[in-house]
Design a protein around this ligand. Sequence first.
Ligand SMILES: [Ca+2]
Ligand SMILES: [Ca+2]
Ligand SMILES: [Ca+2]
Length: 261
Amino acid sequence: MQAKGFAHFGLLVSLSIYTGFSHAMPISDLLISEVMVNPAALSDARGEWFELFNPTTEEINLREITIGDDGRDRHRIESDLLILPGEYLTLARYFDPGFIPDYVYDDFILGNSEDEIVFSAGTSELLRLEYDSDFAAAGRSRELGVLPMTASHYDLTPASFGYGYGDIGTPGDSGSFRVSVAAVPLPDTAWLFIGGTLMLLTSTALLRRRKSSPYRSCQPSGLCRHSGSLRRHSDTSNRRESQGVTLGHNMAEHNLGQEVR
Ligand SMILES: [Ca+2]
Ligand SMILES: [Ca+2]
Ligand SMILES: [Ca+2]
């Protein structure tokens, strides 16, 4: 009964964790892979954009996420906006910054001096990049070189990567961005799922083992419950049976001794 309880508990844990896992929104695992703070071929109002990269093995939905800064910039994504595993997503201030962006926002500006890109859900901050005036380069984006995601780890995009109306950047493409997917650990939910599955397998194996024994519940006195009655589990035959030797029912009854009522 205890093993069955464990099995049911393991199943419930696995299913509930799996359900949560499959709908998890690990926004904090996303990377801001490239930022165009100060375009030159277009005005800032038309040429600013930034790029996300999904290094996880899960599809991530940015619906209901707010993009903002430490000032007054705020833009809430109201509809589904998916970023697939291993894919890039471009978000721009204008619909034609020199390429076709995946998403166009408003009420969010990439300042040319210090500023922040902050992703949040309600009061929870999920992702942040902050930079100062050294970050902005006229007509040239910066790409994330190594983790963690701090401003000093963003390099000027190589001049060979031109796009659109003449600025330098790699919107929607890896460019010189070389952060390994393997560098990002599995989300906690994945480890919980694996743990729950192991618990289920262990408890199921335990349950099967107990079911295979003719003596489901033995007491310290040597009395064992068998098909609803208690019998003494101390003679040679029983020891042979418990060691895996199969006996005929009648022979077992003969050797078991008197049934305890
Ligand atoms: Ca801003
Ligand atoms: Ca700007
Ligand atoms: Ca890029």
